[in-house]
Each structure stands twice: as C-alpha cells, then as structure tokens.
Design a protein around this ligand. Structure first.
Ligand code: KG4
Ligand code: ZN
Length: 336
C-alpha cells in the first residue's frame, strides 16, 4: 500500500487554501481562508485586493495545514498548486509559494488545473468510475466534461456567455443581496414560487451548450420595469423563478449528455454544486431517467474553492510523474 502525501495550495480567486492529502483520497487537513468580507463592499472580487490577501495569508495557511496534518516537510512526496484558470495575480502567489517549498525541500512540483480539481473533489468522498460525465458549475465556469479515464478530459458542452454562478451573483446585486449572491438566491428560492416563467435558453437546441446572459437580462428588465411602474415584487418568487430557469437547463442538458455518452457516473462539481435546488433536481432526474448511473455530489465543504480538491487531482499526476519545473507560471486562461 502506497502512502503518498501531497501538500496542495489553491489561490486562484478569493480563497487562500492549503491541504495535506494522502493517496489522493484522504484529507489530513484542508484549511480555507475566505476573503469574501473584504470584497463584499465592492460587489465582487477585486483582483488587487485578492492578491494582497493571498500574500498576507499564504505562509500562515500552509503552516496551519502542515500542523493540523501532523506531517513534516521531509515526509511529503510532492507539492501541488493551482496553475489556472483564475486571476493571474492571485494564482502567482500560490505558484511562487509552491515553487519555494519544492525548491527548499527538494520535492516534485505538480501544476493542477482548477476545473479538474473541482471534479476530483468527489474523489475525497467516493471512488470515480469511468466513463463519467461531470457538470462543473462555478463563478467562472459552466462546462460538461466527459472523462474516459482519470487523465482524459473532453469538453462536450459549455456556456456561450456567463457562467451559472456569475449569473447568480449579477442578479443578486440587482435585488440587493450580499456578494456572492448564489447562496442567498438559493435560500430565497426555497421560500418562493416560479411565477415569472423566465426563458430557458437553448434548452431545445441539439447541443450541450448553455447561455445565461439572456436570462440575466430578462430578470434585470423585469425588475427595472416593475420599479419604474412602482409595482411591488416578491423577491422570493423572483429568486425561485430565476433558479428554476437555471436548474431546468442545467439538468435537462446534463441528463441528455449523460444518456448520449453512456456514462457510468455523473458528477456535479464547483461552487454552484452547493445549490440545493440543483442538487435535488439532478438527484430526481438521475433516479428517473438514468437507472444504473451513479450520481456523485460533493459535500458542501468541498463544493467551493479549496486545496483538498487540488491535492486529489494532483495524485493522478504524481503517479505518472507529471511534474513541472521552476519556470511554472500562473495561467489565467488555462483550459482542461
Ligand atoms: O467554485 P467557486 O467557489 O469559485 C469559482 O471557481 O468560481 O464558485 C463560486 C460561485 C459563486 O458564483 C457563488 O455565488 C456560487 O458559486 N454559489 C452558489 C451557491 N453557493 C455558491 N450558487 C448557487 N447556489 C448556491 N447555493
Ligand atoms: Zn472554483
């Protein structure tokens, strides 16, 4: 039995995180320092502020992760870090910290794709079975990714404009909930009804792509028109109507793609995987329409950005000795 230990670092956006992962599936520690409070008054992530917080936090968070795991640097087998996609200044803090540790302790350096990390968050609670299809929904991404094996990634569908989480956060601003709006809209949606019947963009189209900017505009126009006319609106119904439109399209296209690709497993991943409406609808649809297909959804603690998922994804690369050298850089636009 191997016993490989990876120190993983994640700084792609507004969470500074470090984790120690054993054999790609066991969390020894996973420290996540959120910066949300610092960005909230600006209504979104301010890249410059994000970088500064990462610089202040990174050493402390790494030390905390090592201490909690009760692991010494000499016991580590590799250092893994998010290479991209993300904010370049934020990524660079993690990449440079990882390089320094790899150099100082003579450890292999593993560059991990953040999207792959979100998928591998599921490996920390279950076993991945291939072929699988993964719906990755976050603040920056909405992608359907087919995997025939642990190191094979094919994008079969993606958003043509806004990411699902981005649409949540933008309409959250319009109805005055704090950033990031997704969680708040989700809670309001459960107190309201789908009365506005917003458009389900591209649901009829014969592809696995998504579009959320039309829905966002439709939502904003509805709210502005009502405000101009002085009409009262029920915020919970607005939230429920928006959520129903997002969830309908995500579930419909994901189920269709999973059927067509004949997968064994369906995976939900990314920050929006925390959405209660999406989790419930997808569970129901898989039960009804995909008998025999196993659905994996990470626990809430592993849906948002965290370093544990980076350590889980890195294990596949460790086994193949897929290492980076010290020219490693942050790649803001990195694809899977
Ligand atoms: O994966 P993540 O932490 O960061 C990125 O890689 O983007 O995802 C953050 C996104 C935000 O847009 C946030 O509003 C959304 O996930 N989110 C949710 C919920 N919780 C977080 N969206 C809908 N419902 C939720 N419960
Ligand atoms: Zn993410």
């Amino acid at each position: 039995m191997t016993n490989k230990l990876i120190l993983a670092i994640e700084t792609s956006c507004d969470e500074t995180s470090a984790a120690v992962i054993q054999n790609g599936d066991t969390i020894l520690s996973n420290i996540v320092a959120s910066q949300i409070k610092s960005h909230q008054r600006f209504g979104g992530v301010v890249p410059e502020i994000a970088s500064r917080h990462h610089v202040e936090q990174i050493t402390l968070i790494i030390e905390e992760a090592m201490k909690e795991a009760e692991v010494s640097y000499a016991e580590l087998d590799a250092v893994a870090v998010t290479e991209g996609p993300g904010l370049v200044g934020a990524l660079l803090i993690g990449v440079n910290a990882a390089k320094a540790i790899a150099f100082a302790h003579d450890l292999p350096l593993i560059a991990v794709n953040h999207i792959k990390g979100h998928i591998f968050a599921n490996q920390l609670v279950s076993r991945l079975t291939f072929p699988l299809l993964s719906l990755v929904v976050s603040g920056g991404h909405t992608e359907l990714i087919y995997m025939s094996g642990p190191d094979s990634f094919e994008i079969v569908g993606e958003t043509r404009d806004d990411a699902a989480g981005e649409a949540y956060d933008k309409i959250g601003r319009v109805i005055g909930v704090p950033y990031p709006g997704g969680k708040h809209i989700d809670e309001m949606a459960h107190r309201g009804k789908d009365t506005y019947n917003f458009p389900r963009a591209m649901i009829q189209e014969d592809n696995y792509d998504f579009s959320f900017s039309g829905l966002k505009s439709s939502f904003i126009n509805t709210v502005h028109n009502a405000r101009q006319k002085g009409e009262e609106m029920d915020s919970n119904d607005l939230a429920a109507s928006f959520q129903a439109a997002v969830v309908d399209v995500l579930v419909d296209k994901t189920i269709r793609a999973a059927k067509d690709q004949k997968v064994k497993q369906l995976i939900l991943a990314g920050g929006v995987a925390a959405n209660k409406g999406l989790r419930t609808s997808l569970e129901e649809a898989v039960r009804m329409e995909l008998p025999g297909v196993e659905l994996l959804i990470p626990p809430l603690s592993l849906c948002g950005d965290n370093a544990a998922m980076i350590g889980a994804a890195a294990f596949v690369q460790l086994e193949k000795e897929e290492y980076s050298d010290f020219t490693l850089n942050g790649q803001p636009g990195l694809s899977v």
